[in-house]
Ligand binder design. Structure first.
Ligand code: NAP
Ligand code: F7E
Length: 350
């Protein structure tokens, strides 16, 4: 253990953002500890390459635990006394939250209180990042920024809003360095397979590979402000590195419909949308967030954070990756975009 390194504790390290963030922090010389839940089959595919890395593995430590278990969180906090905590663990699927509303409240909402309470027993001044979400704006008028109303439209959004307010309350009540990153949708080749962007890129690649004929989707008219996950992880780090604890929106400032995402993907690999895409009401939600469009001027002005990857670029990066994973030849524009925007790419593989 290098005693000079800053120590970071991550929840959600096996997820999309957590895996990129672990790489970013390791690249910056941090000693990284991660709370991961035990499962009967391994759930570490996104961080396997770090665990097997010749020079990074020694600085990356996994601890079994569940964010429903305050006792274990306390134990880990007391043992490792982190300088920074990034709380990314959550039941993060909006549609699933309608089916598992109480569970989502416990995992996505109450876990934030468990972390904050645990921090009260840590002697050093630990900084805490809370993964808040644009879903909290829900039905609020576009564009949404730090001053917008919160009109949550799902159990997931309600749970995230609870965490958001707990962070603000502990910041004000106990002088905690705790910050909310209010992140709009961000995607990547590591995006969970049942979120719409990845479902579409995998679906299209499967059609090219002859493994599927049709792709069934829900509401094609909803619009989202979609960015590229590695850039949002850089933003998380910048939020915690800022001189004061504060709340920041991260977004691209552009919104596109699910239908436009489908059109871009299918056009890129020359597939006919009408021949392969159907709408299945099973994927509709009881209440929908029709439109999200973020205004990240505060993050740009205060932190200097600015996303580089456009909507069309994001599509190409994700399609190339899924085509490659299926053993198909790739068009390769996604690789060129990555090389152009990230000449010193800090993450490994996709
Ligand atoms: P994700 O891929 O779904 O990852 C969620 C992580 O939480 C996984 O590592 C998962 O572990 C872990 N987790 C879930 N339940 C747990 C439990 N009971 N105990 C311990 N760990 C648990 O999510 P993401 O896209 O990376 O998002 C990261 C965070 O940002 C989440 O809090 C999400 O709600 C929030 N957020 C995401 C976006 C976005 O567009 N991606 C936007 C705004 C906010 P397993 O691997 O074991 O399932
Ligand atoms: O849905 C529509 C769906 O599940 C986007 C999470 O990371 O971002 C994410 O939440 C839109 C919705 O993401 C399908 O109805 C159509 O309007 O990809 P999604 P989300 O709900 O926006 C926020 C910021 C988070 O914080 C969350 O953690 O796409 N849609 N057809 C579909 N969605 C899915 N999943 N599957 C479909 O077949």
């Amino acid at each position: 253990m290098n005693i000079m390194s800053s120590v970071a504790l991550l929840t959600g390290a096996t997820g999309q953002d957590g895996s990129y963030l672990a790489e970013l922090l390791l690249d910056k010389g941090y000693e990284v500890h991660a709370i991961v839940r035990r499962s009967s089959t391994p759930n570490i595919s996104r961080i396997d390459h770090i665990l097997n890395h010749p020079s990074l593995a020694d600085s990356f430590h996994l601890h079994y635990g569940d964010i429903s278990d305050g006792e274990q969180i306390n134990k880990i906090l007391q043992t490792y006394q982190p300088d920074e905590i990034y709380h990314l663990g959550a039941q993060s699927h909006v549609k699933v939250s309608f089916e598992s509303a109480e569970y989502t409240g416990n995992i996505t909402g109450l876990s934030t209180t468990r972390i904050l309470e645990g921090m009260r027993n840590v002697k050093k001044k630990t900084r805490m990042y809370q993964a808040s979400s644009s879903e909290m704006f829900g039905g609020a008028a576009s564009p949404q920024n730090e001053e917008s109303s919160f009109i949550p439209r799902s159990p997931y959004a309600c749970a995230k809003l609870y965490g958001y307010w707990m962070v603000k309350n502990y910041r004000e009540g106990y002088n905690f360095f705790a910050s909310n990153g209010i992140l709009f949708n961000h995607e990547s080749p590591r995006r969970g397979e049942n979120f719409v962007t990845r479902k579409i890129t995998i679906g299209a690649a499967s059609i090219v590979a002859g493994k599927a004929k049709m792709l069934a989707l829900g509401n094609l008219d909803a619009t989202r402000d979609w960015g590229f996950a590695p850039e949002y992880v850089e933003g998380m780090y910048q939020i915690l590195s800022h001189t004061t604890a504060d709340d920041f929106v991260l977004a691209t400032g552009k919104t596109h419909s699910v239908r436009e995402f489908v059109d871009e993907v299918f056009a890129y690999i020359d597939l006919d949308v009408d021949a392969h895409v159907t709408v299945d009401p099973r994927y509709f939600r009881p209440t929908e967030v029709e439109s999200l469009l973020g205004d990240a001027r505060k993050a740009k002005g205060v932190l200097g954070w600015k996303p580089r990857v456009s909507f069309k670029d994001l599509v190409k990066i994700m399609v190339d990756a899924d085509m490659r994973k299926m053993g198909l030849s790739v068009i390769g524009e996604g690789d060129e975009i990555l090389a152009k925007h990230f000449p010193n790419k800090w993450w490994m593989g996709d």
